[in-house]
Design a protein around this ligand. Structure first.
Ligand code: GLA
Length: 394
C-alpha cells in the first residue's frame, strides 16, 4: 500500500498529539543528460508523482524529534550541534540540512517531524534528494523563513556531499524543488539557470522499469567517476588553460590528445562531452515535436553509459536491449547514477500494458527477479499540501 499525506498526518497525531502542517517532495526522472550535471553540462529532469511526505510542527517540550515511518524509528536531534551520526543512517540527510540552516543564518525552533513516502529506494528516483528538499522546505515553512528555492536546493546538495558522503551534482535536488506539472526542466548546470520544456508526448508515455537491483559500491563508483572526469580536465588544462570543466571541451580536443589519457579517463570524458551535446540536440527535438529522434538519443545515451562511462549492469543492459526490440518503444536507457535502479522508456500508450507484461516475464526468466514498473506523471516540485487536498484522502 502506498503511503498518502493523510497517513503521515494520522501518524503524527498519534505520536505527538498535535496537528502538523504537511509537505510533499517529489522524486524525479531524468529524460536525458546523465552524469553531465557535475561536469557543468545540461540535464533534463522532471519531478514525478512518487513522493515523500512530511508532517512538522513546533514541539511542546523543547525536544526536536524525527520519526521515520519506513524504519519505524525515532531520532532525537541536538539542535545546537547537528553533526553526522553512525546510526540511523537516514538521519544524516536531515542533519546536514539542519546544519546548513544554522550556517545560513536561519534559526530553527524545536520541532516534531514525521516522514515517509512512496519513492522506491535504490531505484535511481532520488528519494534522498526528496528527503533533503522536503525537510528543508518544512523547516523553512515552520520557522517562516521563506528560504529562496535555489538556496534550498544548494543546502540539500551540501547535505548529500558532507553528511552523506556522495559528491552528487545539482540535478536531483533542483528537480525535486523546481519541478512543474507537465514540463521537463532544461537545466544548465554551469549557470544554474533553467527553462521549462512542455512535455508533449502525444500518444506516448513514460514508463520506468525497476530492475530491483542495487549493486554494491554505487556511491564509491559515483565519486570515482567524478574524480576521473576531474583528472581528464586537469590533463587538458596543460594544453588548454582556459578549460574549466568538460563543458569547455570538444570531441576534437579529446581526440587530439588521446594518448595523454589513461584509457578509462579518455572514455569517461568522451561520453560526457558527447552527452552534453546530445542533451542540447534532444531538447531541440522536444521543442520540434520529434519524439522519434528524441528516443534515438535515449538509446545512444544508454550505449555511452554502458560502454564508455561503464555505470550500467547486465540487468539494465538487458532491459534496454529488449525494449529496443519492442514495437511502440521510441527510446529506452538506464536512468540516474547507475549500477541498478530503473530504465526510463518512451512507450506508445496503446502498447504500454503489453510492454510491461512482456518485459516482466522476460526479466523474470533471465534473472529470476520480479521487476516493478511505474507509469509516472510529471508534477510540481516541493510544496505544502493544502488542507483541501488532504481532505481528498481517506
Ligand atoms: C545521481 C546524482 C545526480 C546525477 C546522476 C547521474 O542521481 O545525484 O547529481 O549526477 O546521478 O546523472
Amino acid at each position: 500500500m502506498e503511503l498518502s499525506p493523510r497517513d503521515i498526518q494520522s501518524k503524527f497525531q498519534q505520536i505527538f498529539k498535535k496537528e502538523p502542517m504537511i509537505i510533499r517532495a517529489p522524486g524525479r526522472i531524468n529524460l536525458i543528460g546523465e552524469h553531465t550535471d557535475y561536469n557543468d553540462g545540461f540535464v533534463m529532469p522532471a519531478a514525478v508523482d512518487k513522493e515523500m511526505f512530511f508532517g512538522i510542527s513546533p514541539s511542546s517540550d523543547r525536544r526536536s524529534v524525527i520519526f521515520s515511518i519506513k524504519y519505524n524509528e525515532q531520532f532525537e536531534v541536538d539542535l545546537d550541534d547537528p553533526k553526522p551520526v553512525e546510526k540511523p543512517a537516514w538521519a544524516n540527510y536531515l542533519l546536514g540540512v539542519l546544519f546548513q540552516f544554522g550556517e545560513n543564518g536561519y534559526p530553527v525552533k524545536p520541532f516534531y517531524c514525521v516522514f515517509g513516502g512512496n519513492i522506491p529506494l535504490g531505484a535511481g528516483m532520488s528519494s534522498s534528494a526528496a528527503l533533503e528538499c522536503g525537510f528543508a522546505f518544512a523547516l523553512s515553512e515552520m520557522n517562516m523563513h521563506n528560504v529562496p528555492k535555489l538556496q534550498m536546493v544548494k543546502m540539500a546538495q551540501w547535505s548529500e556531499h558532507h553528511f552523506v558522503g556522495v559528491k552528487c551534482g545539482i540535478m536531483d535536488q533542483f528537480a525535486s524543488v523546481m519541478g512543474k506539472t507537465g514540463n521537463g526542466i532544461v537545466l544548465d548546470c554551469r549557470s544554474v539557470t533553467h527553462r521549462y520544456a512542455p512535455l508533449d508526448l502525444k500518444e506516448y508515455g513514460i514508463i520506468l522499469l525497476d530492475t530491483r537491483v542495487k549493486h554494491s559500491l554505487v556511491d564509491s563508483a559515483y565519486n570515482q567517476r567524478r574524480m576521473e572526469c576531474e583528472s581528464g580536465v586537469k590533463q587538458l588544462q596543460t594544453q588548454y588553460p582556459e578549460v574549466k570543466s568538460l563543458r569547455d571541451v570538444t570531441v576534437e580536443m579529446l581526440e587530439e590528445h588521446q594518448g595523454r589519457f589513461e584509457a578509462g579517463v579518455y572514455h569517461r570524458c568522451l561520453y560526457v562531452v558527447q552527452e552534453i551535446l546530445r542533451v542540447q540536440a534532444a531538447s531541440a527535438d522536444l521543442d520540434g515535436g520529434d519524439l522519434k529522434s528524441f528516443g534515438e538519443k535515449m538509446f545512444e545515451t544508454h550505449e555511452g553509459l554502458s560502454l564508455l562511462y561503464e555505470v550500467s549492469c547486465k540487468e539494465l543492459d538487458f532491459l534496454v536491449e529488449r525494449a529496443r526490440k519492442f514495437k511502440g518503444v521510441l527510446g529506452a536507457r538506464m536512468m540516474g547514477g547507475g549500477f541498478g535502479g530503473c530504465t526510463i522508456n518512451l512507450v506508445s500508450n496503446s502498447l504500454a500494458e503489453s510492454f510491461i507484461t512482456q518485459m516482466t516475464t522476460e526479466y523474470k526468466l533471465a534473472f529470476n527477479i520480479d521487476m516493478a514498473a511505474y507509469r509516472v506523471k510529471v508534477v510540481d516540485g516541493t510544496g505544502l499540501v493544502p488542507d483541501e487536498e488532504l481532505d481528498l484522502w481517506t
